[in-house]
Design a binder for this molecule. Structure first.
Ligand code: AN7
Length: 370
């Protein structure tokens, strides 16, 4: 007994403080979110993701520029969608909803399925048949989504679920659901909380442009309360074969290796153009080759494995290298985890991989060059 008390005291006095668990973004930012005492919080402790300085990118850019990755691929289902989904599902639960529906290029479906189950609801997901990365499909299957793969692209799937949610008792959890953006804006809070100020630029991939809109809400809310003294320029990037917001027109048949952002008719396009204007930002496209180059660079030089869509934020930043002001602080959002798309990783790497080697020490050593 005495020994135990002494031990406890010792732990308290001598050892380093024990870090408490991150509580999830709703609890962390409750006062900034449309939450009441009656809202059941459906959470997998999402958010609180790392902001990692990218030394190799700093070196490429020079001029004392500091580039950070907001690694949102480390959320519970491996993408930033969890931020929006904890809010959308919590509010759906509060309203007595029994089933949710979404269209998805993959990540939304994984997040919707996971949070729906946590909230004891059914989840229906419409996906473009053959264009969802394996990891995302695996997740939707394991989380028990009811999956409808359509012979059409994401844009078609979204128009169907929008209609369905009007006619049937299912709640739409795509980013037209305003609670999604409310949850996702917390990533901007986290960046300012980590840096002590807003960055000069935020580089971010765009598909439906929900996330860029959400970040802008978050940056503005902190700015208006005086927590930050400046607002970032919002730099949005799309894949060249799927760049409706860059070209200013709908793309009927979008194509890119970055299937997450293979979207031709972004549902939040009006919001995105407002963000661009208000923040004095820019929208640009990057080729699949540039995306893969950035994807490999992050893996090899930084130990960060993101999915191809996410690498477009780095590819885009490198493309704008000449325009980056001296001493700028830049955050690139890495929206999804590399494990989401193992096929892409296996096809695009510079690894040394020798197979069929005899299990013999000498032979193994020889193969290692010893
Ligand atoms: C990794 O999952 O649209 O501009 O259905 O998965 O907010 O649409 C995914 C989008 C960026 C683009 N990065 O975000 C879906 C879906 C990744 C993504 C985007 C997505 P938005």
């Amino acid at each position: 007994m005495v020994k135990q008390i002494l031990n406890n005291l010792k732990t308290k006095l001598i050892l380093k403080p024990v870090y408490k668990q991150w509580p999830g973004l709703i609890k962390a930012y409750k006062e900034w979110l449309p939450i009441t005492n009656n809202t059941p919080i459906i959470s997998l402790q999402e958010g609180g993701t790392p902001l990692i300085e990218l030394k190799s990118i700093n070196k490429i850019i020079g001029n004392n520029v500091k580039v950070y990755a907001k690694y949102d691929g480390l959320n519970p289902t491996g993408s930033f969608k969890d931020r929006g989904m904890t809010m959308a599902i919590s509010k759906a639960k509060e309203e007595g909803c029994k089933a949710v529906i979404c269209a998805s290029t993959g990540n939304t479906s994984a997040a919707a399925a996971a949070y729906a189950k946590k909230g004891d609801m059914r989840s229906f997901v419409l996906i473009p048949d053959g264009y969802v990365a394996q990891g995302k499909l695996a997740q939707a299957l394991v989380y028990g989504a009811e999956i409808i793969a359509i012979k059409g692209n994401f844009d078609k799937a979204l128009s169907i679920v929008q209609e369905m949610s009007k006619e049937f008792p299912v709640t739409l959890v795509n980013s037209v659901n305003p609670y999604r953006l409310e949850g996702q804006k917390t990533a901007a809070f986290e960046i300012i909380d980590a840096l002590g100020e807003a960055p000069d630029w935020l580089c971010i991939p765009m598909g439906n442009a929900g996330n860029i809109s959400a970040y802008w809400i978050g940056f503005n809310e902190y700015f208006k309360k005086g927590i930050s003294k400046k607002l970032p320029r919002m730099m949005g990037f799309q894949a060249e074969g799927s760049a409706p917001l860059v070209l200013g027109k709908t793309i009927e048949n979008p194509e890119t290796i970055a299937t997450a952002i293979r979207i031709g008719n972004p549902v939040n396009k009006e919001k995105a153009y407002i963000v661009k204007k208000e923040s004095e930002g820019k929208f640009n496209s990057v080729t699949d080759e540039e995306i893969i180059k950035a994807y490999k660079l992050l893996g090899k030089e930084e130990g960060i494995f993101c999915e191809p869509a996410s690498a477009s934020s780095i590819a885009g930043l490198l493309k704008l290298k000449k325009e980056i002001p001296k001493n700028a602080v830049i955050v690139c959002v890495l929206t999804g985890n590399g494990l989401k798309d193992p096929d892409c990783a296996i096809k695009n790497n510079d690894a040394v991989f020798k197979s069929g080697i005899e299990p013999d020490l000498e032979i193994v050593a020889k193969n290692m060059g010893f």
